[in-house]
Write a protein of this length. Sequence first.
Length: 51
Amino acid sequence: MINRSSVTARYLEVGSHNPDDVITCSDIDMMSPSSDGRFLHKDGRAYPRQG
C-alpha cells in the first residue's frame, strides 16, 4: 500500500490466515498468495520490488 495523501490511511483486512488462501484485488491487476506474501500480477508475473 502506498498512501500519497497527507492524512493517515486506514484499511480493513479480513481473512482466515489460511496458507492456501490467495488475496485478490478486484480493481487492479494484483494478487498475493498468503503462503509467501509476494505481490503478483493476476497472470503470475511478479511485481518489481520497491525499496
